[in-house]
Design a protein around this ligand. Sequence first.
Ligand code: G3H
Length: 478
Amino acid sequence: DGDVYKYYADGRWQKSASGKFVPIINPTTRKTHFKVQACTQEEVNKVIETSKVAQKLWAKTPLWKRAELLHKAAAILKQHRDPIADCLVKEIAKPAKDAVTEVVRSGDLVSYCAEEGVRVLGEGKFLVSDSFPGNERTKYCLTSKIPLGVVLAIPPFNYPVNLAVSKIAPALIAGNSIVLKPPTQGAVAALHMVHCFHLAGFPKGLISCVTGKGSEIGDFLTMHPGVNCISFTGGDTGIAISKKAGMIPLQMELGGKDACIILEDADLDLAAANIVKGGFSYSGQRCTAVKVVLVMASVADTLVEKVNSKVAKLTVGRPEDDCDITPVVTESSANFIEGLVMDAKQKGATFCQEYKREGNLIWPLLLDNVRPNMRIAWEEPFGPVLPVIRINSADEGIHHCNASDFGLQGCVFTRDINKAILISDAMETGTVQINSAPARGPDHFPFQGLKDSGIGSQGITNSINMMTKIKSTVINLP
Ligand code: G3H
């Protein structure tokens, strides 16, 4: 089985004793493109044991040295941009240029994290006791940020590299070790990224990457007593993980149903451009994609026309050809999307384009006159299908947005900044974008979901802080 990619543990590339592999199906050809090791629970135990030992030493490594190694890894990652991007094209059908952008963005994220880490972690606090009633100035409290231990990182298929390093880099700069469980689709890109960290010369065992079936090692990893923190990005699995995990800090970024509210005074060209970019880039497979358009009825016809003329220009086809719309990640995902489309059809939505599908490739589709009784009004397709709901007041839009179980991001288009701020305050989402589509980046901005969209806040600074604990030393004076 020489063609099965090895997993990474104890600073070495290893074969699993299971003798089994997990196939990675190319979404475009629907044929097995790569194979990765199906690691066993015993192997996971060993990895976590090694990780624990490595972390203790790493925590004692000077902060500037940790930063230096991260900068080195970032540079190597950028040098390996093309082969890694190629894996993303084959494994997750990400359009060629976006695949390159993902790797470059990842290198930048790692560097920024190293810089931010030396500042955030390089200072603590000094408190005196006599500010609290009843105390004399007899106690001095010194605080610093200490690592949590072993951080388990589970990124999703849509950013197997970027959403891995957004967990790895903060964990490492803060003195933690990392166990990475990449998504099956995207595992080889992730392994290649890990290779860049290997080449940078991080100590053995500090970074591990285990591949395998979720059913075999998923719960085993997330419920493992040796894991001190979980940073997960993905779907509903995150809710199950949160319920099963032990008493450890969790960082969860789950789904979204990001609403785009368009008021009567909006710049409709700007709104249409953002709806198309926000709704259809990477074929809608982003947690921050625009997933429902809530437009004032008086401008709806004009807006829909503008959006449709832009949808008509989207190229559809192979990721290698850098098409805008590429096959969705799996056949079951395509089937799910189709289910939402058929439900909307049956309940009377207006199809702005003809529904068309070949294999995993689904042509971009705008569904107008969607009503709350349709599944697509609430569920996230994670595909190139976008519902439009016509509203008669901003309040109606806010109400729809807040009735969702999700609360990741939202956006509002208006020329009236006061209205925009009031709507932003009323929307129950972690972020509201004014006059732009939702997006996670720039990667140092806080990124968080309310309700079922997540736990905690990401963004470089928040992730570094989240992966530490405060330690106090109190000097008691006579
Ligand atoms: O899919 C979830 C990602 O965190 C979204 O990131 O806004 O940069 O596409 P993005």
